[in-house]
Design a protein around this ligand. Structure first.
Ligand code: ZN
Length: 238
């Protein structure tokens, strides 16, 4: 299984306080714990040619991570279309935190998925496991806590998820569907809410466990492309 971790990589370059948490970028932090778990991991960032997602890179990617926030509009539509087509073919996609507002996630959802409530007030977040039998929740207790995170609140303008794995409670009172699965074409999509850039969330062992589980869940073995269009009769009637 080949993994690519994509990050817009803007905050970490421009803000000292963010760089202190992720010195080599959020993508490198995620790639590091996945590599240590034995996976074949590459990273790609917006400042690379074709945003780092060339045909060659995408053809070699079984599961793609997506972290974006301030630069969604700078991702070329041609790249979004290529990622979309790879998801249809069976590439897994794990959309993180503010990636909810990315072009690719909204295109796959078919809804204005950028719409939700938010507040940067370092609230405590409790992530409750809704489906303890789900592969993505294996090894996680009935809940885990992130002492400080950005708050997201419902309503979140996504379609009804295929499966709801986590719901978050925030100390300010909001709740949010934090772990949602979707299937589009042959591709499996997992949206996972935590991961605000000014919080050390991707260093958290429970978050890392969820993302490792999500990689396994999102992987679909390669298969022949579907055939579409005109076709001769399958059964010959004399
Ligand atoms: Zn955020």
């Amino acid at each position: 299984m080949k993994i690519t971790v994509w990050n817009e990589y803007v905050h970490e370059k421009n803000e000292e306080s963010i760089r202190a948490i992720y010195p080599e970028g959020i993508h490198s932090c995620i790639a590091k714990f996945l590599t240590e778990a034995g996976y074949d991991v590459k990273t790609a960032t917006l400042d690379m040619p074709e945003a780092g997602l060339t045909d060659e890179v995408l053809a070699e990617t079984d599961v793609l991570f997506w972290w974006g926030h301030v630069a969604h509009g700078s991702v070329p539509d041609s790249v979004v279309d290529k990622v979309y087509n790879r998801v249809m073919e069976g590439m897994g996609l794990i959309v993180l935190h503010s990636g909810h507002a990315s072009k690719i996630f909204s295109k796959l959802m078919g809804t204005p998925s950028d719409r939700l409530k938010w507040r940067e007030s370092n609230d405590k977040e409790i992530l409750w496991v809704i489906d303890q039998s789900h592969p993505i929740a294996q090894g996680i207790d009935e809940k885990f806590i992130l002492e400080h995170e950005e708050t997201y609140g419902e309503h979140f303008a996504i379609p009804q998820p295929d499966e709801l794995v986590f719901v978050s409670w925030f100390s300010g009172g909001e709740v949010f569907r934090s772990g949602c699965t979707f299937k589009r074409g042959r591709g499996k999509i997992f949206y996972f809410r935590p991961g605000h850039e000014s919080c050390p969330t991707y260093h958290d062992p429970n978050v890392q466990k969820v993302l490792k589980n999500a990689v396994e869940w999102a992987y679909t073995p390669p298969a022949k492309a579907y055939k579409y269009g005109w076709v001769a009769p399958t059964v010959k009637n004399d």
